[in-house]
Design a protein around this ligand. Sequence first.
Ligand code: FES
Length: 144
Amino acid sequence: MDKGKRADDEYQMLSESGYADKAIEYFQSRQNFGVIEDADQITDLTGPCGDTMKISLKVDRDTINDAKIQVLGCPGAVASGCALISLAKGKTLDEAAGIDLDALYGELEKMPDQKVHCARLALRTLQKTLKEYKEKQVKHKAVG
Ligand code: FES
């Protein structure tokens, strides 16, 4: 099967199951996917469903200059993770920590109701990443 046809079939299935075009676009483009080699922080989290997300951040002073995500999981997890990274890039650490479910759904527009926990997993992964980064900074200050 050629790539275009596969993408169309996938689009059809996702659309019929309740994903908005925007969410499908994030899922299919895998925008922001990957790991930053020289990241300042890399954190992963596995949800109760068994899916795993890993976020890497590049931080300059207090601002997230770059961020990427890897997702081993469902379309809802991939779409949520990619959309969340789009929202977090360019924000300060505090602003990023304030991104909530409403903001994430504002970016995704719509996913099936059963997929809310996937969006929550993305948010929890980002929260954990930011927390670990901050803890590391405090330790550095205490040592240096
Ligand atoms: Fe696990 Fe979607 S089913 S994150």
